[in-house]
Design a protein around this ligand. Sequence first.
Ligand code: T4K
Length: 399
Amino acid sequence: MKRAVGDLALFGGRSAFLQPVYVGRPHHIDRARLFDRMNWALDNQWLTNGGPLALEFEDRVAEIAGVRSCVSTCNATTGLQLLFHAAEVTGEVIMPSLTFAATAHAARWIGLEPVFVDVDPLTGGVDPDEVAARIGHDTGAIVGVHLWGRPCAVDELEKLAAEHGLPLFFDAAHAIGCSHAGRPVGGFGTAEVFSFHATKVVNGFEGGAIVSDDDELLRRVRALHNFGIGLPEGHPAGGTNGKMSEASAAMALTSLDSFPAAVRHNHDNFAFYRAELADLPGITVVPHEPGEAHNYQYVVVLVDEERTGIGRDLLMRVLRAENAMAKPYFSPACHELEPYRSRRSVRLPHSERLAARALALPTGSVVSREDIRRICNVIRLAVTHGHEVSARRQKGAGA
Ligand code: T4K
């Protein structure tokens, strides 16, 4: 394997991994059950358009989320767009900048204007005071994001939305099975959207779901995700094709079957990372709220370059050279991404700082304790020699 400049060899280390380990590897599923469901769908000769497997999946997701209604979709990005359309949102949508581009792109793609606000410096959750400061005449909706599965400031946002008569949506792409104040994610705000992409703890190859207690809103969503068919009053947008296929539903149901085991494994991994990295100055494992349910699908560390001497990007290169495929979730923050950067120049210091420091580490049911021990040893070695290496690099650059 070709080594990058700044990799572990620079620190006198040697490769720790034979097989690469990833963020977002699909969890183990019971393949026999998946194939049974696929065979059943083929025998049933009904492959999409609200098939029985998709409806069963909706019932199970609604139960987990503790809500009355659920509409399954082809992915979460389309789910967000459907929700904006169904709620007839216009103008600006206030959202945190520190999120996956999908949150912003979903709004922009249908002609809405994302207005980015800053986040909490440790958890990355949207700052409700920042949201309050940006509400104006053109505000059409507020979107909170449960970043890395940790619920954002739900109560404060619900209060703000009620005061201003605005719809409040949550991008819950990361947060299936998580809770806030003992209540499951899914029932907050006007509606929430889950992702069941291949990289998620529950996956339908691709997939999403919109959940809410607002039956009327979800009736509109259901019609709009099938070209607007069944919407007697019509809709200015007409409708789209946002349905979940039976193949996706078969996978998503099978993945749900092993969800509790996946969460247990993720939790063990998270706890093990925390223990292994506990005494490393300058490396902070982003914590979860004690006493709440969590799916632990992302293990995110914040890298403090001043204390470690090594920045997030260099640490990521070191890890990747050792086949530990860490990901910079999410960098850059959306306000620094095109097409947003050149439309409206803003400074959001907490988002920028987190986007420069956050690193998601490999986890999931295919990542073992032994893998984590090795990853943490690489991090320890890199951090221990960080100041020395950056001094050497600076000297090299100055020469
Ligand atoms: N909102 C938020 C906050 C989101 O994070 C997302 C999606 C959405 C909305 C939209 O949800 P969807 O419309 O997708 O349902 C990946 C996913 O494509 C994306 O769904 C996800 N968030 C985001 C966090 O991660 P990338 O660009 O990082 O994907 P990629 O191809 O680099 O793969 C990520 C990791 O997963 C790698 O380590 C490789 C591994 N992987 C990936 C795939 C596809 C596998 O091991 N197997 C696979 O099949 O975006």
